[in-house]
Ligand binder design. Structure first.
Ligand SMILES: [Zn+2]
Length: 469
């Protein structure tokens, strides 16, 4: 199968030109002006952008959490991602305490089996290096294409690790070629603040945010940076929300330390006003780290513009409000943490970032595709439009209005964090490895057609293998 996309405006992190792109089999084979070649299918993309398929480095599909399981499995999550122009993601395989990493990975591979529509890799989330998971096994994971280790410095009594485990994982990563990722909030202090709030009779969702103040994020971010530097490991701080966390990351980067940070779409648009909404509606905005004061929106836009922060993910971790969020109706600490977002990252960042003049088109591609691909061992196979790269392309109509609603989304969540927002610009057609997966408002790919991607070690490139004949 060959597809020739003619006359689109090709946008990568570096380039912006009008050209034709030929995809043969799974890969891009030719790019040029007015290509005179035969193809099985010709697509007229004049007036449209051709963007690399977006890469989401932070999602939670089919994940057990707080006595329930996230609402989206790999099929519904991938459908939402595909409609939003995301063709690759890296999900978190969470090690259940007491099990080996191999057992955990088998469980997560089974979750995507027969359901995957877009391509994905896995990060390993380390919860326990005492029973089950060993340092030796951890060191061997990059050989299986698992080249990032995630550690939670929060969620005491559930996912949180102590500094002993954090530091030993960093030492392993420094040797094995993995990137260390941290959820940076001080879980011990949050635990005290939550108990104090509940004892004082505060049960409403707003107290989720008030018991996780910016200082606990800033402290944990700085601690992780210092420890990673000491261990000699590269560090990626996930979901940065506020000035207190941006500043230590920016300072480390100025010193030339191997530290990167990401923020997520929702932190540019949601705030304390949302989580304070009455009648338990605030529970829709319960995720961690929490929504912040609106003054942080500009802090984050400046950070992604200046490369203090280098990627925007979704932290898609969908629950239903009507049922799952209500588990915490009488106690904010029992509200499942997380929100949906896989489908609307490109819509929101294109409209409010690019159209409103906060970032350039090239920078948008860098934040949503190229940098995540480079940091997580997927580039240049993913994250750009180039000869030899996978045929992951979004034909994006920059002038078409789109209304963001829960009703129109493909996630199984029953709400949307940006409900009723009108944006201009939406994906029209999406290719994943040379196959059209969304066209004319329909999903055209078969569940099970998505591939597991063995990622390269940190700092190494991933080249596409020749397509299977
Ligand atoms: Zn997360």
């Amino acid at each position: 199968m060959s597809i020739l996309i003619k006359g689109g405006r090709v946008i990568t992190a570096a380039d912006d030109y009008v050209g034709d792109v030929l995809v043969e089999g799974e890969r891009i084979s030719l790019i040029g002006e007015s290509l005179d070649v035969e193809a099985d299918r010709v697509i007229d993309a004049s007036g449209k952008y051709l963007l690399p398929g977006c890469v989401d480095p932070h999602t939670h599909l089919d994940m057990p959490f707080g006595g329930t399981v996230t609402a989206d499995d790999f099929e519904s999550g991938h459908t939402a991602a595909a409609f939003g122009g995301t063709t690759t993601h890296v999900d978190f395989c969470i090690q259940p305490p007491g099990t080996s990493f191999g057992e955990a990975l088998s469980m997560w591979h089974a979750k995507r089996e027969g359901k995957a529509i877009i391509d994905n890799g896995f990060h390993i989330a380390i919860t326990d290096l005492h029973d089950g998971g060993s340092l030796e096994e951890l060191a061997s994971l990059p050989e299986q294409g698992i080249t990032s280790y995630k550690l939670f410095m929060a969620y005491k009594g559930a996912l949180m690790v102590d500094d002993d485990t954090l530091y030993r994982a960093m030492e392993v990563a420094a040797q094995s070629g993995a990137l260390v990722m941290v959820h940076a909030e001080n879980g011990d202090v949050i635990d005290i603040l939550v108990r104090e709030a509940l004892e004082a009779g505060h049960t409403e969702p707003l107290y989720h945010a008030l018991t996780r103040p910016p200082e606990v994020e800033g402290e944990a971010t700085n601690r992780a940076i210092q420890l990673a530097h000491l261990a000699g490991a590269p560090l990626y701080v996930v979901h940065v929300t506020c000035r207190e966390a941006v500043e230590p990351i920016a300072a480390a980067r100025v010193k030339g330390w191997r530290v990167w940070g990401e923020t997520c779409t929702q932190y540019f648009f949601n705030s304390l006003e949302d989580i304070a909404k009455p009648d338990f509606e605030g529970a829709k905005y319960v995720y961690s780290p929490p929504v912040r004061d609106k003054s942080n929106w500009d802090v984050l836009w400046n950070a992604v513009r200046s490369d203090a922060l280098s990627a925007i993910s979704t932290d898609h971790c969908a629950f239903t409000w009507a049922e799952q969020k209500h588990m915490g109706r009488d106690d904010f600490s029992k509200i499942p943490n997380g929100g949906p977002g896989l489908e609307n990252r490109l819509h929101m960042i294109h409209h409010f970032g690019v159209r409103e003049g906060r970032i350039t088109l090239n920078r948008m591609v860098e934040l949503l595709a190229t940098n995540p691909a480079k940091l997580f061992g997927l580039y240049p196979r993913k994250g750009t439009i180039a000869v030899g790269s996978d045929g992951d392309i979004v034909v994006f109509d920059p002038d078409k209005p789109y209304l963001v609603t829960a009703e129109g989304q493909h996630s199984r969540s029953d709400y949307n964090l940006y409900e009723g927002t009108e944006v201009v610009g939406t994906p029209e057609l999406v290719l994943r490895r040379g196959e059209i997966i969304v066209e004319g408002g329909e999903l055209t790919a078969r569940p099970g057609s998505g591939q597991f991607i063995r990622r390269a070690r940190f700092g190494e490139e991933l080249r596409a293998t020749a397509p299977v004949a």
